[in-house]
Design a protein around this ligand. Structure first.
Ligand SMILES: [Zn+2]
Ligand SMILES: [Zn+2]
Length: 386
């Protein structure tokens, strides 16, 4: 069995709103080129993403919505005609063949699922996926089809699996959470910047699930300006306790890379250190609880030059048990891409230390996050004691 496969097809780059839109899958090219430059990604590791079928998309989406996405992408609808479906908005504009490109991102995640569940690879990565804001009948926050929701339903139908979904994107994983809010066999865990000032506004600790699914939705909203230590403290305690509580068959992680200090859309103060540590613990727990079954997808990440290629490279290196390099990035990679980048690259794997001026409210933020964690885990901590 292979350690891990890297799912990718050039067609995934067709998911493109415009040249100036913050969501830019050039990130995939930059990441793959960085990995190839250090000899950490071979052509034999790469498997093509298939395109999701209509039947598969229907696992998560309304037929009418799929029709709208198709028609819009084929130039048959005006913005006004699809606005109520979240398409043709400023966030999620219409682009050519948007159905086909979106279905290719979903297909990539399904390819990853099949590799892992059929035992052809221990772990599988689809960086093109992670579109966690997609709803049943509406696009939202740059996300058209929700590949994770489709993949989790597919894992349930085809493989009868109990799934833990872990979302470390700086935004709340709302689309996936609401899809499984009533379902006791899917657990969702999202750590994100509090929705007080950030899209999508949800992800409060009080969102715990509904009916049969009550107690299988976990949210860890952290304060703006949260730094590495507090982020990782929350992440590590949440992961260990939720894994032990839910005991999943398989874990799907969403690896948005927008909690970094440089990210232009959020207000968290993470550094590369969190992108080294996040996959490390997910990997360890996947082996402890799930016989290694770990599927990982991408997500947000809007500093596509200085942050995402390094962060996502670290994810793949962890999945394949390769050492994370220290020191300078390959000169060839820097020389190839610097002319296109609007900002000077960070030329090393680590961020400079310090990366920013000290934050006066540091202790207060850490304390608030710790109190939030206690409340969010209270439901399982009390159960354990009794
Ligand atoms: Zn492993
Ligand atoms: Zn995000």
């Amino acid at each position: 069995m292979k350690k891990a496969v890297f799912v990718y097809s050039p067609e995934q780059l067709g998911y493109k709103f415009s040249d100036t839109h913050p969501f830019n899958h050039k990130r995939l090219t930059l990441t793959m080129d960085l990995l190839k430059n250090i000899g950490a990604l071979d052509d034999v590791d790469i498997v093509p993403a298939r395109i999701a079928t209509e039947e598969e998309l229907l696992l998560a989406h309304d037929p009418k919505y799929i029709e709208i996405v198709k028609s819009a992408g084929h130039g048959k609808l005006s913005e006004a005609q699809c606005a109520s479906y979240g398409i043709g908005t400023e966030d999620t504009p219409i682009f050519k063949n948007m159905h086909e490109a979106s279905a290719q991102l979903v297909g990539g995640t399904l390819t990853a699922v099949d590799y892992v569940m059929e035992g052809k690879a221990e772990h599988a990565l689809n960086l093109g996926g992670g579109l966690h804001h997609g709803f049943r009948g509406r696009a939202s926050g740059f996300c058209i089809y929700n590949d994770s929701t489709v993949a989790i339903r597919y894992l349930q139908d085809k493989y009868k699996a109990r799934v833990l979904y872990v979302d470390t994107d700086a935004h709340h994983g709302d689309g996936v959470q609401w899809s499984f809010y009533d379902d006791p066999d899917v657990c969702t865990l999202s750590i994100h910047e509090t929705g007080r000032y950030l899209f999508p506004g949800t992800g409060n600790i009080t969102e715990r699930g509904n009916g049969q699914g009550y107690g299988t939705s976990f949210n860890f909203p952290i304060d703006a300006f949260t730094e590495d230590d507090s982020f990782l403290d929350i992440y590590e305690q949440a992961m260990r306790e939720v894994f032990e509580f839910f005991k999943p068959d398989v874990v799907l992680t969403q690896n948005g890379a927008d909690a970094h200090y440089f990210d232009p859309l959020t207000h968290l103060y993470g550094t590369m250190n969190i992108y080294k540590e996040i996959p490390k613990l997910a990997h360890k727990l996947a082996h402890e609880y799930c016989d290694g079954k770990w599927i990982a997808v991408g997500g947000g990440g809007y500093d596509i030059w200085r942050v995402v290629p390094r962060a996502w490279s670290m994810l793949w290196l962890e999945m394949t048990n390769q050492e994370i390099p220290t020191g300078p990035l390959p000169q060839a990679w820097l020389e190839r891409w610097q002319p296109e980048a609007p900002v000077p690259f960070i030329p090393t794997w680590e961020d400079p230390n310090p990366l920013y001026e000290p934050i006066p409210r540091k202790a207060e933020i850490e304390e608030k996050n710790a109190q939030m964690l206690e409340k969010a885990l209270h439901i399982i901590r009390t159960e354990k004691r009794s």
